[in-house]
Design a protein around this ligand. Structure first.
Ligand code: ADP
Ligand code: MG
Length: 211
């Protein structure tokens, strides 16, 4: 028997990738479509991200939408309105792991949750709650930027000033560049557990270049 319960099913969507890859643009695009469909939507971002505007979400191409800046994940629940059908969260990597429970709770309530965030930090390591979030998501889109060195698709965020070692260092083009794998070398011989296994020499740049 069809109960109609599926109509209440929530969902979790994640848009991830490096800086400048269009995550915020894509988030804004989905939000605008929902607004055209007259669905009630609320947009949140972590208060740590104060690069352009206290509460607006602004893309690098200057598209913007209004958002609520929250200190922590539970503030999303505290601010939630009864009529809200969609919750969008930008810069989700800056939240602690409580965000996973908050997002699950929203989806269980039948809400469509759209998250955008960096999948990797400037050393290519998974960022904050992102690995679990990707695993529990219903839909994941990994978007690419353009490598500032060679123009090929970029999946990494390169920190120009390597003297700052903190994972979180909020900045823009002054501090970061989108780079492809070839032009973003995180390799550290001291921490290479695979050093004993030598592979034959190969001209990686020629064999792996996208056509
Ligand atoms: P993200 O949220 O992923 O950091 P945004 O959505 O804010 O990205 O901005 C994407 C826009 O950034 C692009 O449409 C383009 O105008 C601009 N941009 C600047 N540098 C680059 C780059 N290296 N690669 C791609 N887009 C870039
Ligand atoms: Mg963004």
């Amino acid at each position: 028997m069809v109960t109609g319960a599926h109509l209440l099913a929530g969902s979790i969507e994640v848009i991830c990738g490096p800086m400048f890859s269009g995550k915020t643009e894509e988030l804004i695009r989905r939000v605008k479509r929902a607004q055209i469909a007259r669905q009630k939507i609320q947009i949140f971002k972590p208060a740590v991200d104060d690069r352009y505007h206290e509460s607006d979400i602004v893309s690098h191409s200057s598209f913007s939408i209004q958002a609520v800046a929250v200190k922590g994940p539970v503030d999303i629940l505290k601010n939630l309105l009864d009529s809200t059908r969609i919750v969008a969260v930008d810069e989700v990597q800056f939240f602690d792991e409580t965000i996973l429970k908050v997002i699950s709770k929203l989806a269980r309530r039948g809400i469509r949750v759209i998250c955008a965030g960096l999948d990797q930090d400037y050393r290519g390591m998974p960022f904050g709650p992102i690995p679990e979030l990707l695993a529990m998501a219903d839909k994941v889109d990994k978007v690419q930027a353009v490598c500032t060195v060679c123009g090929l698709p970029a999946t990494k965020t390169f920190r120009k000033d390597n003297s700052h070692k903190d994972q979180v260092l909020v900045g823009e083009m002054d501090l970061y560049e989108a780079r492809c794998r070839m032009h973003c070398d995180y390799y550290d011989e001291a921490s290479d557990d695979m050093l004993a296994f030598s592979l034959p020499e190969t001209n990686v740049s020629a064999t792996n270049a996208p056509v």
